[in-house]
Write a protein that binds this ligand. Structure first.
Ligand SMILES: [Zn+2]
Length: 258
C-alpha cells in the first residue's frame, strides 16, 4: 500500500471530522499512539506511546537515567491508583503479535525490547513489565488487539480537552483513500504525569536524597516521555510530518506544522 503523507489542510479536515470530547471521568485512561484503533465511542483520549506499558517503562527509565531509587512494586501500584484499578490498565498487541508474549504487537514496546539501551531501560525492567501485564490481565484488563496494516500519514501532538479518532477516509483525486494518524495527547499526558508524580512521592515509591520533590519528578518524567516518543518516532515514523493541534473548550482548533 502506498502511504499517503498528510498535508496541513488534510490534517485540518481530518481533525474537524474526527474530534471528540474528553469524558472527564475517563481522562487518564490511555491508548497507544498507534493509528490502528477503531474510531468508536469510548476510545481513550490520552494517547501515549505504548499506553500504560509506556507509562510504566517511562518511570523505570527515568529512575535509571536520572539516578534516583524507586520501589517498583509501589510504582506499579501508584500507576494503578491513578488509573482507578487494574482493569483500567491499557495495553495492546496486534494480529501479528504472539499472544503469549504480551503486548508484543505494540511497536513502541517492541522497539524497547529490541533496543533497551536507547530507551535507558534494563532487561529486568522489561521482565517486570511483562509480569505486571500478566497480572493486570488476571484482574480483568483486556489487551486490545489492533487490526490491519499501518497507514499513518502524520503525527499529531494534541492539546486541549478534545481527542482525535485516528482513522479517516481522505478525499483524493483518485477517490477515497484510507489513512490513519499517530496521536500523542500532550495535555492529558501532562496532567496524568502531574498526578502520578504527586502520588509517587506521597506513596514513597521514589526515594530522593537531595530534597527533590514532585515538581522535579514531573520534569524528569516529561523529559523521559519526550525521549521515548522521539526514539519510537525515529524508528517507526521518521518520514512523517508532525503537526500540533490546539483545541479550545468549544472544540474549535488550530493546527501548525512543527
Ligand atoms: Zn503501541
Amino acid at each position: 500500500m502506498n502511504k499517503i503523507i498528510l498535508s496541513e489542510k488534510e490534517v485540518n479536515d481530518l481533525v474537524a471530522e474526527n474530534r471528540y470530547k474528553v469524558d472527564p471521568s475517563r481522562k487518564f485512561i490511555s491508548r497507544c499512539i498507534d493509528g490502528r484503533y477503531k474510531n468508536e465511542e469510548g476510545l481513550a483520549v490520552q494517547a501515549f506511546p505504548g499506553a500504560d506499558v509506556g507509562e510504566l517503562a517511562m518511570v523505570l527509565s527515568a529512575s535509571r537515567s536520572y539516578g534516583f531509587e524507586i520501589d517498583r512494586e509501589k510504582v506499579f501500584a501508584t500507576l494503578v491508583e491513578v488509573l482507578g484499578g487494574e482493569s483500567n490498565f491499557s495495553f495492546h498487541t496486534d494480529e501479528h503479535g504472539d499472544r503469549l508474549k504480551l503486548a508484543s504487537g505494540c511497536g513502541h514496546f517492541k522497539q524497547i525490547n529490541l533496543d533497551p539501551k536507547a530507551y535507558k531501560i534494563e532487561k529486568e525492567d522489561i521482565d517486570f513489565i511483562n509480569e505486571k501485564l500478566g497480572y493486570v490481565k488476571s484482574k480483568g484488563s483486556e489487551e486490545t488487539v489492533l487490526e490491519g496494516d499501518h497507514a499513518e500519514g502524520a503525527i499529531l501532538m494534541v492539546k486541549g480537552n478534545w481527542g482525535v479518532y485516528p482513522r479517516y477516509e481522505l478525499e483524493t483525486e483518485k477517490g477515497k483513500k484510507f489513512v490513519e494518524v499517530f496521536v500523542y495527547h500532550q495535555s492529558l499526558t501532562d496532567e496524568k504525569h502531574r498526578l502520578l508524580s504527586d502520588k509517587l512521592v506521597k506513596n514513597g515509591a521514589v526515594k530522593f536524597v537531595l530534597g527533590e520533590d514532585s515538581e522535579y519528578l514531573y520534569q524528569v518524567l516529561s523529559e523521559t516521555s519526550e525521549n521515548h516518543l522521539m526514539e519510537t518516532a525515529k524508528r517507526l515514523a521518521s518520514d512523517l510530518p508532525i503537526y500540533s493541534v490546539q483545541f479550545e473548550a468549544d472544540g474549535s482548533f488550530k493546527t501548525a506544522k512543527l
